[in-house]
Design a protein around this ligand. Structure first.
Ligand code: PXP
Length: 241
C-alpha cells in the first residue's frame, strides 16, 4: 500500500515566527507516527528559516520513524548529514529567496558533483533520493547515478488545472514507469492536499507520498494525529497504488 511521509517543517515555521520554544516538530513527528505516517521528512535549509540543526539531531535521536533529511548540497549541510546519518537524504535544489522548493534538481547538469556525493552517502549507509521533475533525461541521469529512490516533483501538477494538469499527470506517469523499469523506487511530493490527491491516482508505481504544508495546516483545526489519519484515508479512498 502507498505510504505517507510527513514533512513537519511548517511546525518549525510557526515556532520560528515568534522565536518561542513551541510548537515542537519532534512532538508533531510523534503524533504523525500515531496517525499512521511511515516516515518523517525535514528540510534543513541554508537560511535555517524553519528546521534548525538541533531539530535534526533531536529527530534522529528521539523519534522512531525513518528520517528523510531533505537538503541542498551546500558543504556545511552535507557534512551535518554525514554526522547525523539520517535513513535517507533527498537532494533538492535550493534558492535562498524562494518561498518553497521550486522545480526539481538538475541531475543531468551536475553529474560531476552528484556522482561522488551519492557514492559517499551510499558508503555511509544513507539512501539517496533525488527530487526531480518528471523529465526522461533526469530519470535516466538518476539511473546512471544508481540511486535507490527518486521523488517526482508534483508541484506543477498541483498548480495546474484541467488539461494542463492532465498533461502533468502524463509526464509523471511516464517518469514513474521509466524509473520503475530502472528498478528505482518512486516517491512523489510537493503541493499535495486533500483536494488534488485524487487526480494523482492514475500514476503507477508510487511508493511514498511526502506531504507537509497541507497536513500541518489541517492539524491546526483537527490535530496532527487526525490530519495524518485523514490524509491516509483519502489516499486509500482514491486507491493510489
Ligand atoms: N518533497 C519535497 C522534495 C519538498 O521540497 C517538499 C516541500 O518541502 C515536500 C515534498 C512537501 O511539500 P508540501 O509541503 O507542499 O506538501
Amino acid at each position: 500500500m502507498l505510504a505517507l511521509g510527513v514533512n513537519v517543517d511548517h511546525v518549525a515555521t510557526l515556532r520560528q515566527a515568534r522565536g518561542t520554544a513551541y510548537p515542537s516538530p519532534l512532538e508533531a513527528a510523534r503524533l504523525a507516527a500515531k496517525g499512521g505516517a511511515e516516515g518523517i521528512t525535514i528540510h534543513l535549509r541554508e537560511d535555517r528559516r524553519h528546521i534548525q540543526d538541533t531539530d535534526v539531531w533531536e529527530m534522529r535521536r528521539e523519534q522512531e520513524l525513518p528520517l528523510n533529511l531533505e537538503m541542498g548540497i551546500a558543504p556545511d549541510i552535507v557534512e551535518l548529514a554525514f554526522e547525523v546519518i539520517p535513513d535517507e537524504v533527498c537532494l533538492v535544489p535550493e534558492k535562498r529567496e524562494e518561498l518553497t522548493t521550486e522545480g526539481g534538481l538538475d541531475v543531468c547538469g551536475q553529474m560531476g558533483k552528484l556522482e561522488p556525493l551519492c557514492k559517499r552517502f551510499h558508503d555511509a549507509g544513507i539512501k539517496v533520493s533525488l527530487f526531480i521533475d518528471p523529465d526522461p533525461d533526469q530519470v535516466r541521469a538518476a539511473a546512471e547515478l544508481e540511486v535507490p529512490l527518486i521523488e517526482l516533483h508534483t508541484g506543477t501538477f498541483c498548480e495546474e488545472e484541467g488539461d494542463a494538469r492532465l498533461e502533468c499527470l502524463r509526464q509523471l506517469t511516464e517518469g514513474a514507469v521509466m524509473a520503475h523499469q530502472f528498478g528505482i523506487q518512486v516517491n512523489a511530493g510537493h503541493g499535495l492536499n486533500l483536494d488534488n490527491l485524487a487526480d494523482l491516482a492514475p500514476c503507477p508505481y508510487l511508493h511514498t507520498l511526502n506531504i507537509g504544508h497541507s497536513i500541518v495546516a489541517r492539524s491546526v483545526f483537527v490535530g496532527m494525529e487526525e490530519a495524518v489519519a485523514e490524509m491516509l484515508r483519502a489516499m486509500q479512498a482514491c486507491r493510489i497504488s
